[in-house]
Design a protein around this ligand. Structure first.
Ligand code: ADP
Length: 562
């Protein structure tokens, strides 16, 4: 722009200088011409005055004095003298307009091509007293010569003016451009420059506002997107049609054990190379939604890959595949729960079948009448025992499934764990006594409050104490301790026995449903194999921690920290 303004200013000035010089030259020329005519007239008058006195003597000397051409013509038109030409070569001049005019009126002039000089010439003729004519002539080339003498000066002035123009144009350009260069584009309306810029500045201001609004809207959208994607529990991966990662949330990076900086922007295979992942993504990139299961770091994930589309050109209504979105769901717990449920169902049917088969067997024998009358009571007793087991089993199954489904009415309240444990100990004391096991309760004087569901906590303590009695020796001990717990915990419940203990290899599994260390012993004591599962469930609900310490043959201690 600076260059353009400078060049424009320079050209403008150069044209003005050129035109001015031409006009000046033209004016000078016409002035010189006018001057020349006046001079010629003046000279003619002087020459005529002198010639009237003594024409011959004067004319003999005149070519020394005058630079103009002087001709002397008689009244018949014969040339008597010419300061520049040999008169012998000259024809009669009576027909020359200035001569004719002078003969008639005393003086005459004319401008024409000179036959003698061959140039555009100005003639002025004056009639002398003796009727002859004195004529003075000057050519235009003399005017040009005078002009030519002045031209170098004119050119010099032009050159000087051009230098000045360059200097001024440079300065002007700078001063025109400076306010534009120093314009504050952040706050266009604060600029006080050319009025012509006002619409532009207003437009700029408007655009700045639009940009700021759009930017903040985009920022808010981005923030929203980030907070959604970063807080979601699922891994989210967005790919372009070429399989490049456009976005990957932190969760997906954690799942694939990758650091974010390294992998965003790379190819999707740099995240995971498993065939399941590859197949799911490839199918989606071919336009087919797909699902796969992926085992990764001991966890199970469901991959859901969906193709994404976008409009091609503006006029193109057909959608074009733009990439894929992959959702990675952690379904480990769901898988485990499904597996557990499947196993539970098959275990339940098996567990129910056993006592039912026994009952049915005893009843069949009794029905056939092959049982001696004295054995009937024994058989009925066996049926009764099996039926009781069946009832206990069904009760436990119901409890567990209610806990699983969460259909039990759970009303958390402040429960005095100390009192509850004491009540359970009292309830079980006769059962303990019948097995010759002594029970002791240890607790502080005051209440130990725990926020929880009373019935569930009761069930938990009961099952722990019952096991401690069941899996004990004759003359063994069961100690139930309730005390306040350290480190922000509410309470500690400890059930210890001096019983048979649990072999180390079974300790991890006894909380599983229907798991028993010794199946026959459990059955003998009326166990269902579900007692500890219920304990585990109740502890989980109360966010309590279970700790098992056991030594085979020495005894078991189960502690629950609330
Ligand atoms: P059960 O109805 O068989 O007692 P549980 O779920 O209560 O079922 O216990 C699972 C298994 O854990 C029992 O069969 C038993 O083998 C073992 N067990 C539980 N408590 C004790 C304990 N205090 N001492 C020894 N073994 C125990």
């Amino acid at each position: 722009m600076k260059r353009r303004i400078f060049i424009s200013l320079f050209i403008l000035s150069a044209i003005s200088i050129g035109i001015t010089s031409a006009l000046v030259s033209f004016i000078m020329y016409s002035e010189f011409y006018k001057e020349m005519r006046i001079e010629v007239k003046q000279e003619a008058k002087y020459v005529a005055a002198a010639a009237n006195i003594d024409s011959k003597a004067f004319l003999a000397d005149v070519d020394r004095i005058s630079k103009d051409r002087i001709t002397w013509i008689d009244a018949q038109g014969n040339v008597l003298y010419d300061s520049e030409e040999n008169i012998a070569n000259m024809d009669n001049h009576a027909d020359r307009p200035e001569v004719k005019q002078a003969l008639l009126s005393g003086e005459g002039d004319s401008v024409r091509m000179s036959a003698t000089l061959g140039e555009q010439t100005f003639y002025y003729a004056i009639k002398l007293n003796d009727e002859s004519i004195i004529r003075v002539a000057n050519t235009k080339s003399n005017v040009y010569a005078t002009l030519a003498e002045c031209l170098p000066y004119v050119l010099l002035v032009c050159l000087f003016m051009l230098f000045i123009t360059i200097f001024v144009a440079k300065k002007q350009t700078k001063s025109i451009v400076l306010p534009i260069n120093t314009m504050d584009l952040e706050k266009p309306l604060s600029n006080d420059i050319y009025d012509e810029f006002a619409p532009l500045l207003r437009k700029l201001d408007q655009q700045n506002k639009t940009i700021a609004d759009t930017y903040s809207a985009l920022k808010a959208e981005r923030k929203e997107f980030a907070s959604i994607t970063e807080n979601m529990n699922e891994g989210l991966l967005i790919l372009n049609a070429g399989g490049e990662v456009l976005f990957a949330n932190q969760k997906v990076m954690n799942i694939f054990s990758k650091s974010r900086e390294k992998n965003t922007g790379g190819h999707y295979l740099t995240l995971n190379r498993s065939s399941e992942f590859r197949e799911a993504v490839e199918e989606a990139l071919l336009g087919e939604p797909s699902e796969r299961r992926l085992k990764q770091n001991g966890r199970c994930y469901q991959l859901m890959a969906t193709p994404t589309y976008e409009n091609g050109t503006e006029n193109d209504t057909e959608l074009q595949l733009s990439g894929a979105v992959v959702l990675v769901l952690d379904i480990t717990e769901k898988e485990e729960a499904d597996k557990m449920r499947r196993e539970f169902s098959s275990n339940v049917s098996h567990e129910l079948k056993t006592p039912l088969t026994s009952i049915s067997g005893y009843a069949e024998i009794m029905e056939a009448g092959i049982v001696k009358p004295e054995d009937i009571a024994d058989f009925a007793g066996k049926i009764h025992t099996e039926a009781k087991r069946l009832i206990a089993l069904v009760a436990d199954i119901m409890k567990l499934s209610k806990l699983d489904e969460g259909t039990i009415e759970l009303v958390p309240e402040e429960v005095d764990l100390r009192r509850l444990a004491q009540e359970v100990v009292e309830r079980l004391s006769s059962q303990a006594a019948s097995l010759k096991v002594s029970m002791t309760f240890e607790g502080p004087k005051g209440p130990i409050l725990v926020k929880g569901v009373r019935t569930m906590l009761d069930e938990m303590i009961y099952n722990l104490c019952e096991n401690a009695i069941k899996y004990n020796h004759e003359g063994g001990n069961v100690t139930v301790i309730v005390e306040p717990a350290a480190d922000h915990h509410q309470a500690l419940l400890k059930v210890s026995d001096t019983g048979i203990g649990i072999p180390i290899e079974h300790q991890d599994r006894i909380f599983e449903r229907f798991y028993r260390v010794d199946k026959s012993h459990s059955k003998e004591t009326g166990g269902t194999g579900l007692g500890l599962s219920i304990v585990k469930h109740v502890a989980k609900y109360h966010q309590a921690e279970i700790k098992l310490e056991s030594q085979e043959g020495k005894g078991t201690t189960i502690s629950v920290t609330f």
